[in-house]
Design a protein around this ligand. Structure first.
Ligand code: NDP
Ligand code: 2IT
Length: 447
């Protein structure tokens, strides 16, 4: 898609300054395409090199993470923290532990996070971090030693008013516990607000564990409501079976839909009766086992090895595993099989070609930076509770989450409408978020 000529220049600079970082290029391109009409209408949004500044992280931290496995062998991983933009508040965003992590992944995630966080309306800037460490098959003590080594460097860069990490792929409650323990030990400060996603006993917030998945389901329901429909009675497919997927499935069921399939990187489970969330939690959160063991306890279900979950027909799709899991091919298959709503639980799970196919096919497409913002929004609520040494009830917190997701949904639609692209959630999300960040930066002067 063509973009405004001033933005084309910025994009060329991004390519030249960040060679080989394909995912980052992809994320930047999408935002620049979306904001072209805003820059055309309000040229100040491209003044003072504001677009170039937004595309350049404020600070990039790369560090060595040495650790020892249970056999005494030494391993060296690479740690990252991308402190991308702090115009709206302290850097905020998760940590990902996965062997695919490199600079381009952390930069794309940090860039997306700026706009996602702006959309929540809460006072949080954008950041992201992680490591190319592979937690699969590692013992609990190995995970602990890795987290301690990671935090031994990271602690000097983070803080309640500076940068507040949380979880992402491969980083859940257990890892946040070990990270917080090491932070506390090194700094001699019980600074709960330095990390979010903590357990309730250390100042964690009710609903943070559930928030991303629940929020994505609420967002899907809002998208359906905008079309005079709802999740009730809908057949849904969710990819992944981690934190986001499990709680997306739980909330879809509570809202009356039925999730018939979910997946991991090896294959998918098809359960026509509806995925048993209790069983899924037991497998993933208690036993930390593979998804394929689902059928051991649910013999009516089928495990399909080595194939993609998108071949299962559905009306609503919620990609909740990883980036670029829906290419043009999978998008075409979903449209042909009657899918009418896509809400992204993961970050950038659909390629640009996939997005085009959905939008051309009349599918309501909710991009991750809007649909999965419930996780980071609830992290911001955790920060509020930590700052006031308070803790809110589950019901109150869930009501806040639902209200925030409704707000994001209507902000996207309203903005898309205002710029003459009714129903285009991608344009709505990017323009609403970009203009908020740009306004905040312009008011701060040249920094
Ligand atoms: P988890 O580690 O809990 O689960 C990840 C799931 O995705 C697993 O089922 C995993 O399968 C699958 N997966 C991961 N990488 C790949 C891959 N390369 N190919 C195929 N499947 C893969 O992570 P989360 O649920 O926390 O995160 C899922 C997505 O949601 C990510 O895109 C993340 O950035 C995004 N997100 C997370 C938020 C959060 O609060 N946790 C907030 C907003 C977005 P396997 O076990 O086989 O690897
Ligand atoms: O992608 C994301 O929004 C997250 N992984 C959650 C970030 C956070 O700070 O809660």
């Amino acid at each position: 898609m063509p973009i405004h000529e001033r933005l084309e220049q910025v994009y060329s600079e991004v390519l030249a300054r960040n060679p080989g970082e394909d995912e980052f290029h992809q994320a930047v391109r999408e935002v620049l395409e979306s904001i072209s009409p805003a820059v055309g209408k309000h040229p100040q949004y491209a003044d003072a090199k504001i677009v170039s500044r937004i595309c350049e992280p404020e600070r990039q931290i790369i560090f060595r993470v040495p650790w020892e496995d249970d056999n005494g062998e030494i391993h060296i991983n690479r740690g990252f923290r991308m402190e991308f933009n702090s115009a709206l508040g302290p850097y905020k965003g998760g940590l990902r532990f996965h062997p695919s992590v490199y600079l381009g992944i952390v930069k794309f995630l940090g860039f997306e996070q700026i706009f996602k966080n702006a959309l929540t309306g809460l006072p949080i800037g954008g950041g992201k971090g992680g490591s190319d460490f592979d937690p699969k098959g590692r013992s609990d003590r190995e995970i602990m030693r890795f987290c301690q080594s990671f935090m031994t460097e990271l602690h000097r860069h983070i803080g309640e008013y500076t940068d507040v990490p949380a979880g992402d792929i491969g980083v859940g409650g257990r890892e946040i516990g070990y990270l917080f323990g090491q932070f506390k030990r090194i700094t001699n400060r019980y600074e709960s607000g330095v990390l979010t996603g903590k357990s309730l006993i250390h100042g964690g917030a009710q609903v943070r564990t559930e928030a991303t998945g629940y929020g994505t389901a609420y967002f899907a329901n809002e998208m359906l409501a905008a079309r005079g429909d709802s999740l009730a009675g809908k057949t849904v497919v969710v990819s992944g079976s981690g934190n986001v997927a499990v709680y997306a499935i739980e909330k879809v069921h509570q809202l009356g839909g039925r999730v018939v399939a979910c997946s991991d990187s090896a294959g998918y489970v098809l359960d026509p009766k509806g995925i048993d969330v209790g069983l899924l939690k037991e497998i993933k959160e208690v036993r930390r086992a593979r998804l394929s063991t689902y059928v051991d306890a649910a013999s009516h279900a089928e495990y399909v090895d080595g194939r993609q979950v998108w071949e299962v027909p559905c009306e609503v799709a919620m990609p909740s595993a990883t980036q670029n899991e829906i290419t043009g091919k999978e998008a075409r298959l979903l449209v042909d099989n009657g899918c009418t709503v896509v809400a992204e639980g993961a970050n950038m799970p659909t390629t640009p070609e996939g997005v085009r196919i959905f939008q051309d096919g009349g599918v309501a497409f909710g991009p991750g930076k809007a649909a999965n913002a419930g996780g980071v929004a609830t992290s911001a609520l955790e920060m509020q509770q930590n700052a006031s040494r308070d803790s809110w009830s589950f019901e109150y917190s869930e009501d806040r989450l639902e209200e925030i997701m409704r707000g994001i949904h209507s902000r996207c639609l309203r903005t898309a409408e205002e710029y003459g692209m009714p129903g285009d959630y991608v344009a709505g999300a990017n323009i609403a978020a970009y203009t908020r960040v740009a306004d905040a930066m312009l008011a701060l002067g040249l920094i």
